[in-house]
Design a protein around this ligand. Sequence first.
Ligand code: FPP
Length: 234
Amino acid sequence: MPEHVAIIMDGNGRWAKKRFLPRFVGHQKGLNSVKRLVAHCASVGVKALTLFAFSTENWRRPQDEVNKLMGLFLKALQKEVSKLNENNVRLLIIGDRSGFSEELQTHIHLAESLTEKNTGLVLTIAANYGGRWDIVQAVQQWQLAHPDSSVAEMTESDISDFISLSELPEVDLLIRTGGEQRVSNFLIWQMAYAEFYFTDELWPEFNESSFDKAVSSFAHRERRFGKTSEQVAQ
Ligand code: FPP
């Protein structure tokens, strides 16, 4: 079982379009998939699930869709957090939250504080997140913490200490739905050794058995981390 699974949830818009529905209905259905997958991951023993909900590039979408997505995030936080808390889920939000409304920022803070001590699944929502942004903020945080040092002395492990999710194991498995096969500036630092799994299923169609299929594909991969097959077998 992978410890840390990251998912690029793609295809909400196409799911809706195929049914002659507004794109937003696809996002609502997508939220259903999120809820099912969170429960499933907790029950099969995944330690961390990280979902790409909104990228730094998604602000370029039509204003109406952006507003509706923000409304959906806020509603989900207000409605779902107590249930997550009852299920011992710890919720984290990564990304540049200064881009969000005050109200959304307040609810993000409340949700994180409420679930801070939970010891079950760590559910991370990446919102206004970009992998390059993350690397830059890690360097900046390091410099703030070491004002007398020069970046010339920086090591990889310094970045790993300040990158988002530094307290979690690195991503083992990246799943992307919706048929595209790219990383789209997601957790580029944290996915350095991840296995990738792509499926044509659209995110609202992605269910527990789709997830199990991805995990079973992961279980059959040989992870060598730069070594030879023979070394790994030893
Ligand atoms: C990608 O599909 C999806 C998004 C940009 C938004 C993701 C949001 C959700 C799954 C719902 C809410 C989630 C949380 C965690 C509260 P797309 O719109 O790019 O689909 P398309 O490629 O078919 O147009």
